[in-house]
Design a protein around this ligand. Structure first.
Ligand code: G3H
Ligand code: 13P
Ligand code: NA
Ligand code: ZN
Length: 328
């Protein structure tokens, strides 16, 4: 059944586990993620970006999620708007059956310049009031996701923001986080701890200098009733980079967030773990392999079936390691 983010993350906090939030925009992803959730007896957050809504269409997404809820009746599902940019995006999502929205006021609407704190508080407070009035949950964001390695912020499309950011902007300040939640009443808070979106997060395996799980501990200590969210949580597995590159791909060597770091983050209070890039790579690795190994093949299902199997395996692994398995 569909539930709200607040309902799911309250349970996760009480029981000390994390929940992956997987991005979806098509049926194959939805089925593969839910089959994994069913196999692990896990609840799950499905999320759609603005781009995903445009790609699939709101009516298609709404019916797809309802179909998944009907097909997998024993799993709790949250349907969440990923990176809502304004009131209209968030409220139209709720109208289309989303039970939760992210109001990302951390960047101005053009998604290029870090927003002022006042702008972020005002727009997040406004969306939270409206969402709570109709029973939906809200995730806010404080701090700009960006690389501590380069000082560059990355916009959600992976393009760089203008100029370099200071360490202060790249790590959420715990006192400001408390003030932000008091003022906005948001249910969950995305924080900046050194992760960034996309495949190219780090040029080496990250250590405490460029990935700060300590930031999470400090914020969680002061905000026990607000659920912390880690964006940019793909691990960019070496095996998937290798599979893609062995089959005609050209992905330069890169490093993501090691799963053991996410496990540490969950112990320090992270409850929602956003993953998109890994899911894309899992499917694309198999699409490339089939294209290479079976050049005579032209039935899309012959490509989709192994892609879904690879995605299922990835999701099962995350459910198990995040402690979501068995909590359906
Ligand atoms: O945060 C961004 C998500 O990975 C969604 O990406 O806007 O390309 O759908 P997208
Ligand atoms: P990745 O690009 O690391 O998968 O992060 C996805 C994300 O944060 C979506 O909001
Ligand atoms: Na941001
Ligand atoms: Zn994100």
């Amino acid at each position: 059944a569909l539930i709200t983010l607040r309902q799911l993350l309250d349970h996760a906090a009480e029981n000390g586990y994390g929940v992956p939030a997987f991005n979806i925009n098509n049926m194959e992803q939805g089925l593969a993620i839910m089959e994994a959730a069913e196999a692990c007896d896990a609840p799950v957050i499905l999320q759609a970006s603005r781009g995903a809504r445009k790609y699939a269409g709101d009516i298609m997404l709404r019916h797809m999620v309802q179909a998944l809820a009907e097909m997998f009746p024993s799993n709790h599902i949250v349907m969440h708007q990923d990176h809502g940019n304004n009131d209209a995006t968030c409220l139209s999502a709720i109208r289309h059956g989303f039970t939760s929205v992210m109001m990302d006021g951390s960047l101005e609407e053009d998604m290029k310049t870090p927003a002022s704190y006042a702008y972020n508080v005002e727009i997040t407070r406004r969306v939270t009031t409206a969402a709570h009035a109709v029973g939906a949950s809200v995730e806010g964001e404080l701090g700009v996701l960006g690389s501590l390695e380069t000082g560059e912020a990355a916009a959600e499309d992976g393009s760089g923001a203008e100029g370099k950011l200071s360490h202060d902007q790249l790590l959420t300040d715990p006192d400001q986080a408390v003030e932000f939640v008091m003022a906005t009443k948001c249910d969950a808070l995305a924080i900046a701890c050194g992760t960034s979106h996309g495949a190219y997060k780090f040029t080496r395996k990250p250590d405490g200098d460029i990935l700060s799980m300590e930031t999470i501990r400090r914020i969680n200590e002061k905000l026990p009733n607000t659920h912390l969210v880690m964006h940019g949580s793909s691990s960019v597995p070496q095996a998937l980079q290798d599979l893609i590159n062995a089959n005609g791909g050209h992905m330069p060597q890169t490093y993501g967030v090691p799963v053991e770091e996410i496990e540490r983050g969950i112990r320090m209070g992270v409850r929602k773990v956003n993953i998109d890039t890994d899911c894309r790579m899992a499917m694309t690795g198999q699409y490339r392999r089939i294209a290479q190994e079976m050049p005579e093949e032209f039935d899309p299902r012959k490509f989709n079936a192994p892609a879904m199997e690879e995605l299922r395996a990835l999701c099962r692994d995350r459910f198990e390691r995040f402690g979501t398995a068995g909590q359906a």
